[in-house]
Design a protein around this ligand. Structure first.
Ligand code: ATP
Length: 363
């Protein structure tokens, strides 16, 4: 027998932001037994003893008191360090550009946090992600959020059936302006709070300085692909494919772009012009591939894909290989597809899954 909302306990992940505040409010209005839980995943206490996680938890408390729901905090610093931050550093060490948000969703929010919630008697967890879940033909589908500007399925591509069966995204059918309006109408203390930006543990801090604390920098040469030395780099990990700013190369002519890295020789390759052929690729190899549907057995899949968040969908053909990896061939050449980032597959509104970009195939 299905439970009524009153009998259904939903643990809402609350970050202290407006999206998760409205998520908790809507669940409460729908009659669910809602509990707000704040996760502390990172100790960012500065030299003055100030910690932004404390400010965020303070906002979570104010919102939960305003809505009238109980709230708790859980600490996953150790798990986050082992499962997300180590991966993040390892990827940078191998010259790649990782996506910690995808890992955090799979391992922490829909891993550790979900398990903890179930221990606390939850039937579901809810988050303020702009995404939707639908049960179709006995399986859970992940659908894009209704607000195409905010859709977050790119970051949720690594979830499986079990994780989706326990997930609720109560604001997924709304647009961001609608969410803000609901927060204002309900007088939520976070209604006017600015959206967070950047990788959560780095926040507004200087990225190079942050990374320098964890990985030794090895300066080296910047060369063109015809091996002409044109400058010095501060350490390969600070640069990403297609990057234009922060190279310190000027002069007359088109701007310079990062086109390649040679990790063994510690050389950063740069070229002039945003349309340089070395920036283009015709396909990629994806590893750690996740197909959300268990019924997905096709060897060749014609669909669309994104290689970075906030990119219009691109037509691709995916060739699944027996070892679980996939070759993804692009309908049109793509610019600055970056190893370490996620490639995410779509069929219309349905997110089919995704993987990690391991290699790119040049023209
Ligand atoms: N520290 C945290 N504790 C509990 N849940 C969290 C935490 N950080 C994020 N979440 C959950 O994951 C969702 C998506 O996280 P993301 O970092 O993308 O937040 P966001 O889009 O800025 O949303 P918000 O406005 O709620 O901060 C949040 O809406 C929230 O439900």
């Amino acid at each position: 027998m299905t439970k009524t909302p009153e009998e259904t306990r939903v643990i809402c992940g609350m970050s202290g932001g407006v999206d998760s505040s409205v998520t908790a409010l809507l669940l409460k209005q729908q009659g669910y037994d809602v509990i707000g839980v704040f996760m502390k995943n990172w100790d960012d206490t500065d030299e003055f003893g100030h910690c932004t996680a404390e400010d965020d938890y303070h906002d979570v408390r104010r919102v939960c008191e305003h809505i009238g729901i109980p709230y708790y905090t859980v600490n996953f610093e150790k798990e986050y360090m082992e499962k997300v931050f180590q991966y993040f550093l390892d990827e940078y060490r191998s010259g790649r550009t990782p996506n910690p948000d995808v890992m955090c969703n799979r391992e922490i929010k829909f891993g550790e946090f979900l398990e903890k919630a179930l221990e606390l008697g939850a039937d579901y967890i809810a988050t303020g992600h702009y995404a939707q879940v639908r049960l179709a033909d006995g399986e859970y589908q992940l659908l894009r959020g209704a607000d195409s500007n905010k859709d977050q399925t790119y970051f949720l591509n690594a979830l499986n059936q079990y994780q989706l069966s326990k997930a609720m995204f109560p604001i997924g059918h709304l647009t961001k302006p609608q969410v803000r309006q609901i927060a204002l109408d309900a007088n939520l203390p976070t209604a006017r709070k600015k959206d967070s930006t950047g990788i959560c543990f780095i926040g507004e801090k200087n990225f190079r300085e942050f990374l320098r604390n964890y990985l030794p920098a090895q300066p080296g040469e910047m060369r063109t692909t015809s091996e002409e030395v044109v400058g010095r780099h501060e350490g390969l990990m600070y640069y990403t494919l297609g990057q234009r700013h922060g190279l310190g190369l000027g002069g007359a002519g088109d701007p310079w772009f990062v086109v390649d890295k040679d990790l063994e020789r510690n050389i950063l390759y740069v070229e002039r012009g945003s349309d340089h052929p070395r920036l283009h690729s015709k396909g990629l190899l994806a590893t750690n591939v996740n197909w959300i549907s268990q019924k997905e057995t096709r060897d060749i899949i014609k669909c669309t894909a994104k290689f970075r968040y906030r990119q219009p969908d691109q037509g691709v053909t995916v060739h699944r290989k027996p070892d679980g990896t996939c070759e993804v061939i692009f309908d049109e050449l793509q610019k600055a597809v970056t190893p370490g980032q996620a490639v995410v597959f779509y069929d219309g509104e349905v997110c089919l899954g995704g993987g990690t970009i391991d290699k790119v195939y040049r023209e």
